[in-house]
Design a protein around this ligand. Structure first.
Ligand code: CP
Length: 298
C-alpha cells in the first residue's frame, strides 16, 4: 500500500504534531544546510484547478530538498482528448514519478484513486479538505501562541464552499481549539458541525485569538443573496471591525484574496496580519509532507 497524504483529519495526532515539528525545523534551517532527502525523487504537480501558492510552494519545497518536479500542463495534455483522471495519473505512475500532488474539483476524488500505487498528496479537493493548507495554518497558530489548547478561532464568510475551513473545522477539536463561525446563511455549512458555534460577527470579534477570513469562492456559487459589495459591508473584515479584535489576536487568510470583499485592502499587511507568514510557512509545511511521504516513515 502506498502512503498518502489526502486528509489531515484522518492522520493520527502524533503524526500531525510530528509534521508540525518537522515544518518548524525546516523553517529554522538555512537552505544550504538541508539534507537533500528528495535527491533522485521526482514529484509531479497535477493541478486540475488554478493555483499559485500551493503548486509553487510544493515545487519550492521539493527543490529545497533536492527533488525534481514535473508540472503537468492540463491545457496541453491528453485530458483534452478525453483521457480520464485515473488514466492520466496511472500514466504518471508508469513513467516513474515518485509522488503525485493533486488538486481537483471533486470533493471525493481520492476515493476513486485507491488502486494507484504512487503516493498521493491532496493539494485541495473540491469543497472538502485542503490538508497542506491546514498544516501551514496550524504551524502559523502554534508559532503565535505556542500551543493549541483553549485557543479560539473565528472563521468568517464562505465556509460552505471552503476546503480550507473544512480541514480546520475537522482538526480544531482534535487539538482542543474552539471554532466560531460567522457569515450569511447561504455560506454556512449544512449541517452546522456539532462542535462549531455560530455568532454575530461584531460580537465574536473581541473574543477570539485568530480571525480567519476566507476567499469568496465565486466559481462554486450558485446564486447567492449578497453581491460582493454587500458581502463586504455585512461580513467583510473592515478596519472598524479589525479594531474590535483583542490585543494579540491575529488575522489570517489562505489567499488568493478578493481585496475589498472578504477583507479590506489596508488590512492585508496590517501588523496583526499573518497572511504572508502563512505563505512562508506553506513551503516548510510542504517540505515536511514530502519528506514524510517519500522517506517511508510513519
Ligand atoms: N491557499 C491556496 O490554496 O492558494 P492557491 O489556490 O493559490 O494554491
Amino acid at each position: 500500500m502506498a502512503k498518502h497524504f489526502t486528509s489531515l483529519a484522518e492522520l493520527p495526532l502524533p503524526t500531525v504534531l510530528s509534521l508540525l515539528d518537522r515544518s518548524q525545523f525546516f523553517r529554522s534551517q538555512p537552505p544550504a544546510h538541508l539534507d537533500q532527502v528528495l535527491r533522485h525523487k521526482v514529484v509531479a504537480n497535477v493541478f486540475f484547478e488554478p493555483s499559485t501558492r500551493t503548486r509553487l510552494s510544493f515545487e519550492m519545497a521539493a527543490k529545497r530538498l533536492g527533488g525534481d518536479v514535473i508540472n503537468f500542463d492540463l491545457g496541453n495534455s491528453s485530458v483534452k482528448k478525453g483521457e480520464t483522471l485515473y488514466d492520466t495519473l496511472k500514466t504518471l505512475e508508469s513513467i516513474g514519478v515518485d509522488a503525485l500532488v493533486l488538486r481537483h474539483s471533486d470533493d471525493r476524488v481520492f476515493e476513486t484513486l485507491a488502486h494507484l500505487r504512487v503516493p498521493m498528496i491532496n493539494a485541495g479537493a473540491g469543497k472538502h479538505e485542503h490538508p497542506s493548507q491546514c498544516l501551514l495554518d496550524l504551524l502559523t497558530l502554534r508559532q503565535e501562541f505556542g500551543s493549541f489548547e483553549g485557543r479560539h478561532i473565528l472563521i468568517i464568510g464562505d465556509i460552505r464552499h471552503s476546503r480550507v475551513a473544512g480541514s480546520m473545522i475537522l482538526m480544531a477539536p482534535r487539538l482542543g481549539m474552539k471554532i466560531t463561525l460567522a457569515g450569511p446563511d447561504d455560506m454556512m455549512p449544512v449541517p452546522l458541525p456539532a462542535h462549531c458555534a455560530r455568532a454575530p460577527l461584531d460580537e465574536a470579534l473581541p473574543t477570539v485569538d485568530a480571525v480567519m477570513c476566507l476567499r469568496n469562492q465565486f466559481e462554486r456559487h450558485e446564486g447567492l443573496a449578497l453581491s460582493p459589495a454587500e458581502f463586504h459591508t455585512q461580513w467583510g473584515l473592515t478596519s472598524a471591525r479589525a479594531a474590535r479584535m483583542q490585543s494579540g489576536a491575529i488575522l489570517m487568510h489562505p489567499a488568493p484574496i478578493n481585496r475589498g470583499v472578504e477583507i479590506a485592502d489596508e488590512l492585508v499587511e496590517h501588523p496583526a496580519s499573518r497572511i504572508f507568514k502563512q505563505m512562508e510557512n506553506g513551503v516548510y509545511a510542504r517540505m515536511a509532507i514530502l519528506e514524510w511521504i517519500l522517506k517511508g516513515e510513519n
